[in-house]
Design a protein around this ligand. Structure first.
Ligand SMILES: *Cc1c(COP(=O)(O)O)cnc(C)c1O
Length: 366
């Protein structure tokens, strides 16, 4: 068959290992997944209540325009309904942007390591991928600017960055946006927006009024705890959304996902509580790293990337045996590091006690 040349040898996304599989493999009763940055507290109790009594008719197609959710998100953000694009998760939005703007002969600029879907989608479309190394775990915006040329179509800024959890400050971003050519689309992927507490970050929404080439992506998968429902949204100027909308698959959310996202959005108290608990959890990891002299990146998310001074794959495997699924840094272009989702206080304590055991076994702690 006449496959696109660029998909030859391409591997499918490697997700975090499923809990059930690990239970079976190691004969464990309990397995905790701290691998995919899901919310350890699940979702709003209001969503739970709704789902228990729900009688949605799943035989009918969803509203492709997501009108009810559109109104709710537009009101929540204070933007026009026509400034929103909904995706089957942000993953879908990344694919839509890529499909609309990337093709052989153009290039796209991104940090490295960053979220793998930017390069993966670009490669499928046959565009050139320009990866700009992070400096000390952070986006090097000057280097990103330098990588842009007349053939650049899209620049990705993962803010906060996955897998390092670091942010681009508002000052840095402001300066960057001023210098990016206006015909280059700047994607601000803010999947962890709800967890940010650093004062250097300021809400970026106003940039879409100032710049016609900025698009912001956010998701219900992380802090809202609705990863399985697959809802993400993008915000930009009307003209940008109007260009992207025909590229979107026609029914890319479900009836039920619209309903739960609206309910989840209304419960900001739940988000606030999760954010506060996450900050406490993050401190547990930071203290562990400081106590043991392990390098870590200052995280503004619900995960943390830190050094283990051992083979990441071995640490991953040893933690798996002990009932914890995490991400090996080897899979994230960060060898010698692991990425761990911040769990509940109890999960974190248990994880860190076991990690101490593993790293002692590995001869890291004398
Ligand atoms: C998790 C994640 C996404 C994708 O989330 P969806 O579940 O597809 O909404 C996008 N970007 C980053 C940086 C992420 O970590």
């Amino acid at each position: 068959m006449k496959w696109k040349q660029q998909i030859n040898g391409m591997k499918a996304y490697q997700p975090g290992k499923p809990i059930e599989e690990v239970k079976k493999e190691f004969g464990l009763d309990e397995v905790i997944k701290l691998a995919s940055n899901e919310n350890p507290y699940g979702y709003s109790p209001k969503v739970k209540e709704f789902l228990q009594s729900d009688s949605t008719n799943h035989a009918i197609y969803p509203d492709g325009y997501a009108q009810s959710l559109r109104t709710a998100v537009a009101n929540h953000l204070g933007v026009k309904e026509s400034q929103l694009l909904f995706g089957n998760g942000s993953d879908d939005l990344i694919a839509i942007v890529t499909r609309a703007l990337l093709y052989p002969g153009v290039n796209t600029v991104m940090a490295d390591p960053s979220f793998s879907q930017y390069s993966h989608n670009a490669e499928i479309e046959g565009a050139e991928v320009r990866k700009v190394p992070l400096t000390d775990g952070k986006h090097d915006l000057d280097a990103l600017l330098e990588a842009i040329d007349e053939n650049t179509s899209v620049v990705w800024v993962c803010n906060p960055n996955n897998p390092t959890g670091t942010i681009v400050s508002d000052d840095e971003l402001q300066n960057f946006l001023k210098k990016v050519p206006s015909e280059v689309l700047v994607v601000l992927d803010e999947a962890y927006f709800e967890y940010i507490d650093a004062p250097e970050y300021k809400d970026t929404l106003h940039y879409i009024n100032e710049y016609s080439n900025v698009i912001i992506m956010r998701t219900f998968s992380k802090a809202y705890g609705l990863a399985s429902f697959r809802v993400g949204y993008a915000v930009a100027q009307e003209e940008v959304i109007a260009k992207l909308d025909p590229v979107r698959p026609p029914f890319n959310n479900t009836v039920l996902s619209h309903k739960v996202a609206i309910i989840a959005l209304q419960d900001q108290q739940f988000i606030k509580e999760c954010k506060e608990k996450n900050e406490i959890g993050r401190k547990q990891y930071v203290e562990f790293c400081e106590k043991h002299g392990l390098k870590y990146y200052p995280s503004q998310t619900n995960f943390i990337l830190f050094e283990v001074k051992a083979d990441s794959d071995v640490v991953f495997q040893e933690m798996l045996k002990r009932g914890f699924i995490i991400r090996s840094g080897n899979a994230l272009s960060s060898p010698g590091f692991i990425r761990v989702t911040i769990g509940t206080e109890e999960q974190n304590s248990k994880f860190l006690a076991l990690l101490e055991e593993v790293l002692t076994e590995q001869g890291v702690f004398a």
